[in-house]
Design a protein around this ligand. Structure first.
Ligand code: AMP
Ligand code: MN
Ligand code: MN
Ligand code: MN
Length: 276
């Protein structure tokens, strides 16, 4: 049987819509047989995902998507095949969720200043105990008629320089990679082409990342066009890092990151799964 990978997905332990067991069921129906659950700054969904993965005969890779900074730019680093019980990763999660909680309060305060009340309380309600993300604020803004859809909520309120944007002092790349490696995982740069970096910045980040013990970059992601896949494949070869594939699936309403629709990895790359 051929192996079909998706190494970047979200459940309702962070900002995905489906509980882990439903995500696994949907992944199975979509033909995926190796799936990493990579919720933002939490491993809370992994135990339930594992039970469902056994039922559907899916290989579950324990994962996480950590919020980080590279040269003051917010980026995401996926950790794959981590030990979720390792102290390094547990400490990282505690710290990141303190930062997220303080940011959520600050976003609520900032939105109040433009006349939008109750955003913090409602984002917490929508997150329902999971990691609070800007996506939960976007749901609140849509529900209350402040935005038409998620893209609009970010464009009007939640993106950089907008009224609800709050700068966070995320941990640096060095600390983040050390935490993933400390938990026996592989560090992967998530969706490298979504940071609006120049080519020089992107190449420098990949080199810094590799120098600090990072091992892979996402080459195939949910929204990438063929030209972007080729570009990331070239960087992976040039800087000799492994290549990952992941949809970044959150829900069924965003067309570009559905389960089971990923392009295959171009030949001549070292796949990230060869590292475990
Ligand atoms: P956070 O980690 O709390 O900053 O939230 C980031 C999450 O919000 C991402 O993982 C996406 O799910 C979503 N997101 C970020 N930027 C956008 C955007 N421009 N449009 C739609 N969703 C976005
Ligand atoms: Mn997200
Ligand atoms: Mn991300
Ligand atoms: Mn993600």
């Amino acid at each position: 049987m051929s192996r079909v990978f998706d190494l970047h997905t979200h459940s309702n332990a962070s900002d995905g819509i489906f509980p882990p067991a439903v995500l696994i069921e949907k992944a199975s129906a979509a033909g995926i047989n190796t799936l990493a659950l990579t919720d933002h700054d939490t491993v809370a969904g992994l135990a339930a995902a594992k039970i469902a993965a056994n039922k559907y005969n899916i290989t579950l890779i324990n994962g996480i998507e950590l919020s980080a900074h590279w040269r003051n730019k917010p980026i995401h680093i996926v950790g794959l095949n981590i030990n979720p019980e390792n102290d390094a990763i547990i400490n990282a999660i505690v710290k990141l969720n303190q930062l997220r909680e303080a940011r959520a309060v600050a976003i609520g305060d900032r939105l109040k200043q433009v006349g939008i009340h109750g955003a913090y309380e409602n984002a917490k309600r929508i997150a329902a105990g999971g990691t609070v993300t800007r996506q939960h604020f976007s749901t609140f803004l849509i529900e209350n008629g402040y935005a038409k859809n998620q893209a609009d909520a970010f464009a009007q309120y939640l993106a950089n320089k907008k009224p609800g944007y709050v700068v966070v002092d995320w941990p640096g790349l060095e600390e983040t990679i050390a935490q993933i490696n400390g938990a026996c995982g592989v560090a992967v740069i998530a969706h490298p082409l979504r940071y609006k970096m120049t080519a020089t910045q992107l190449c420098t980040m990949i080199q810094d990342f590799k120098g600090l013990g990072g091992q892979a970059v996402e080459v195939v992601t949910g929204h990438t066009q063929l030209a972007e896949i080729r570009r990331m494949a070239d960087y992976a070869k040039r800087y000799d890092v492994a290549a990952s594939v992941g949809s970044d699936f959150h829900n069924e309403t965003t067309a570009w990151n559905q389960l089971g629709k990923l392009a295959t990895l171009p030949s001549g790359l070292r796949p990230v799964w060869a590292l475990w």
